[in-house]
Design a protein around this ligand. Structure first.
Ligand SMILES: [Mg+2]
Length: 331
């Protein structure tokens, strides 16, 4: 772990770091509204640490949705490593900025300050400040795949159906996001008719077609989703494959139990349709919410979404300690 508070330990850290990555420059993007407004404090802590360690960096605080992408696109090539301080939405925006700005070979790193922090969980970046800083300074660089859709990139997953509806309806309750997810989820499942939330879709993949009503269909690159749910247990982040997990209409109680059982990493169910491939095409037969790394978009009936994979498209910094080793990226 990073030691602090003495001149000797700070000097030792500076030397260790200079030996490992001499002159590395960081671009730090802070989304102040992440984690119900607490992300700014996390960002300020990080900047203070970087200053103490005399690490070359510039920081931006974003002002509105899409701002992070614009900043990174403009500046990525003046830095070696771009750090997203925020949640999965911020991770998504920063990664899109790196790709649009032609930042090939630049390293992406996340400093977790969101609600779910699915990206960080999947790559083994700890949620505590010091652990995350340790990864930022001394972690190792690997490459992961990105999902591509509508000319944009998704880092962890893209979902159609009730998960996107829950995300949409909790947007106004930023400060109580995780309890709000459960409250809205329970409400949709038990009070409103769950079947009404199912969407009519036609999903074309490399292995065939799935057609009918779906409560949820998620396309992803990593197993862990919504912080606790191993929804795509086979997914790996660097295998060149998109995994899909979908569920048809279900009665409320079995649906809720199925959801809870997915907290177990080894759980598989016959009720879940698993598929995988290099591309998927989703035809929306009715108006649907789509969530991409937790951010929600509304699509009209008749629209299609083409999802493809861009293998090893992003260099990322992950933990180097064996016990934090990113479990879903091959060694
Ligand atoms: Mg994959």
């Amino acid at each position: 772990m990073v030691e602090r508070y003495t001149h000797e330990s700070i000097r030792a850290q500076i030397e260790k770091r200079e030996e490992k990555r001499p002159g590395e420059r960081f671009l730090v993007i802070i989304n102040p509204v992440s984690r119900g407004g607490k992300a700014l404090k996390e960002g300020m802590w990080l900047l203070k640490e970087l200053r103490n360690l005399k690490i070359d960096h510039e920081a931006f605080v974003t002002q509105n949705p899409g701002h992070a992408t614009k900043i990174v696109e403009r500046w990525v090539n003046s830095f070696d490593c771009v750090v997203a301080v925020g949640g999965d939405g911020t991770v998504n925006e920063v990664v899109n900025g790196i790709k649009y700005g032609g930042g090939e070979g630049k390293t992406f790193c996340a400093f977790p300050a969101g609600t779910a922090d699915d990206y960080c969980h999947n790559v083994g970046i700890p949620r505590n400040r010091k652990g995350a800083l340790n990864v930022l300074l001394y972690g190792r660089d690997r490459k992961i795949d990105l999902l591509r859709y509508d000319g944009k990139f998704a880092v962890v997953q893209l979902g159609v159906g009730v998960d996107a509806e829950i995300a949409y309806r909790t947007l106004s309750r930023k400060k109580i996001r995780i309890p709000a997810y459960f409250a809205v989820g329970l409400r949709i499942v038990f009070i409103e008719r769950l079947k009404r939330s199912a969407k009519r879709l036609r999903i074309e993949g490399d292995n065939g077609v799935h057609e009918g009503s779906f409560l949820v269909a998620v396309f992803g690159n990593a197993p862990l989703y919504a912080r606790y749910v191993y929804w795509m247990p086979e997914a790996r982040m660097d295998d060149g494959i998109i995994n899909m997990s979908a569920v048809g209409p279900m009665s409320p109680l079995p649906a809720w139990f199925l959801f809870l059982k997915c907290f177990n990493r080894d759980f598989r169910s016959e009720r879940i349709i698993y598929d995988s491939g290099r591309k998927f095409k989703v035809y929306l037969k009715e108006e649907s919410f789509i969530q991409v790394d937790g951010e929600v978009y509304k699509y009209r009936s008749g629209e299609t979404i083409s999802i493809s994979i861009e293998p090893l498209a992003l260099k990322v910094r992950v933990a180097s300690e064996p016990w934090l080793e990113a479990p879903f990226i091959s060694p």
